[in-house]
Design a protein around this ligand. Structure first.
Ligand code: ADP
Ligand code: GLC
Length: 483
């Protein structure tokens, strides 16, 4: 049957990940995993998404049919349940001994789950089995593994047989590598013979991400610039050599955004478009009122995990001149306790100019993109980044560090880009407080020049941030593997 399908356009892909919108999300990974199946449908690719049945998903799937049983799954039985959520074909791996727990996908009240290596090895093991054997007559052509949680899936295909299924390993964030001690090798069902630097060994231990990177047929990451950055020590975080060695199969494909969800035209309240921006002004007034701030100049926002990656620690040094110059800032995020304290300090220091919500709030994030003038993304590294894309779409000009996907998606309002009429935002480099403060000064100046601002805003809103181009790139990649 496999050969019968060879040469035909399109096919079947099993996507395996730890997060998927709208079921479970801690970051952009979930958005991408949830959007890809819909984006690829038009190109003839039937994609199913395998994720764990975390505690909060089990009720929803109570009536879903069981399509596979795996008896010995690290201390219990695993069952794969099949259903559909918002048009996405979902496969849930129900293994209560691994996933029916308090807390988020990776940690509980007491920190990281102690057995994360086994929990995600189990997900990868079942993914590899489905890829190899199929589910009934649904036999995947390609297994698409996302990040360290799925890294062992291509390795299991490589070491336990692939049944004709090829594999793609996508890096959404190299900072998380799924490292374990080498004594785990046997428990994780990996061959001791592969414990050498050219295969599974990683600084004396093992890493699920490295395992995926050395065994997958293709490697992708989520922007062209990050694909090249990953081969350098500043960004590769120890894996630069591994990725460089496979440069011939590495490519960068930008993320898109779901325009049915992220467009000013589809917002229930204060909808607007580039032809009529009245709704944006109303949303801005609403946002200021919600946070009790008054902002004569540009109103900026940050919607982000509060981590070292995101450059949040630069704010106390970079912001004062911007706020003195009439700017304002609303922050929505949560994460590192030290950074949460730092942004709380900003509110105390600049009352009436800085608004803050610690937490996760999808609805508020939409109101922020609608109402703000600019979105700040001062990341130290950013594989792709989604909030600058939302910013473009909403005419909420992105102010970004020129790294990774931020460099690929924002055209800095330099004199040359302004003269050519192509600017879509402001970028700066390197990621430090001095350069960031300079970018905020440029934001104040651009905002003061109303004609120039309107031109950049129009360009931003016209930028292609949907999935079309990237879906075609993934389709071509899969097709190339299928032959
Ligand atoms: P990362 O995946 O590194 O966190 P991305 O920019 O790719 O960065 O994706 C972050 C996603 O999470 C975006 O959809 C963003 O809007 C969302 N997000 C982050 N923090 C929050 C929050 N506190 N409340 C609502 N949405 C958030
Ligand atoms: C990661 C990256 C982010 C990217 C997202 C989705 O979380 O940090 O830049 O947009 O994955 O690919």
């Amino acid at each position: 049957m496999k050969d019968g399908r060879r040469g035909q356009m399109g096919g079947r892909v099993l996507s395996v990940a730890s997060e998927c919108v709208p079921l479970v999300k801690t970051g952009g990974l979930a958005d991408v995993v949830g959007a890809l199946p819909g984006a690829l449908k038009g190109a003839g690719w039937d994609m199913r998404v395998l994720i764990p049945a975390y505690r909060q998903l089990r009720d929803m799937a109570a009536e879903w049919p069981e399509v596979l049983v795996e008896q010995a799954l690290w201390g219990g039985t695993g069952r794969v349940l099949a259903g559909e959520v918002k048009g996405v074909a979902v496969l849930l791996l129900d293994a209560p001994h691994l996933y029916d727990r308090d807390g988020g996908p990776y940690n509980g009240p007491g920190g990281d789950h102690w057995d994360n290596a086994q929990r995600f090895a189990a997900l990868s093991w079942v993914a590899a089995r489905i890829a190899r054997e199929g589910l009934g007559d649904w036999k995947p052509d390609v297994l698409h593994a996302h990040d360290w949680q799925a890294g062992y899936a291509p390795a299991y295909l490589a070491y336990h047989g692939n049944g004709g299924c090829r594999s793609v390993m996508t890096v959404h964030n190299i900072a998380f590598q799924g490292q374990s001690s080498a004594v785990m090798l046997g428990d994780l069902r990996l061959p001791a013979s592969a414990f050498h630097p050219g295969a599974l060994e990683y600084y004396g231990g093992i890493s699920s991400l490295k395992a995926g990177l050395v065994t997958a047929d293709r490697i992708t990451t989520v922007s062209p610039t990050y694909a090249t950055e990953l081969m350098r020590p500043e960004f590769g975080m120890g894996l630069q050599g591994v990725i460089s060695a496979r440069a011939g199969v590495v490519s960068g494909i930008l993320n898109g955004v779901d325009l049915d969800v992220w467009s000013p035209e589809v917002e229930a309240e204060n909808a607007y478009s580039s032809r009529d921006m009245a709704g944006k002004a109303a949303a801005r007034a609403g946002l200021c009122a919600e946070f009790g701030i008054e902002v004569p100049g540009p109103l900026a926002i940050i919607v982000s995990r509060l981590t070292d990656q995101k450059g949040i620690d630069l704010l106390p040094a970079a912001l004062p001149d911007f706020l003195d110059g009439g700017g304002g800032l609303v922050i929505l995020g949560s994460g590192d306790p030290g950074l949460e304290a730092a942004v709380r300090g900003l509110v105390a220091r600049f009352p009436g100019r800085v608004g803050l919500r610690i937490g996760y709030d999808e609805g508020l994030s939409h109101r922020m993109f609608q109402g703000a003038d600019a979105v700040l993304v001062p990341s130290r590294f950013e594989p792709c980044g989604l909030t600058q894309l939302y910013g473009l779409r909403y005419g909420t000009l992105p102010v970004v560090a020129a790294v990774g996907g931020l460099a690929d998606t924002v055209i800095n309002a330099s004199p040359a880009a302004m003269a050519a009429g192509v600017a879509t935002g402001i970028s700066f480099w390197p990621t430090d407080a001095l350069a960031f403060a300079g970018a905020l000064r440029r934001l104040l100046a651009l905002h003061a020049d109303r004609k120039a601002w309107a031109r950049v805003q129009k360009n931003a809103m016209a930028a292609a941030v949907g999935w079309q181009t990237s879906a075609a790139a993934y389709a071509a990649l899969y097709q190339g593997l299928k032959g």
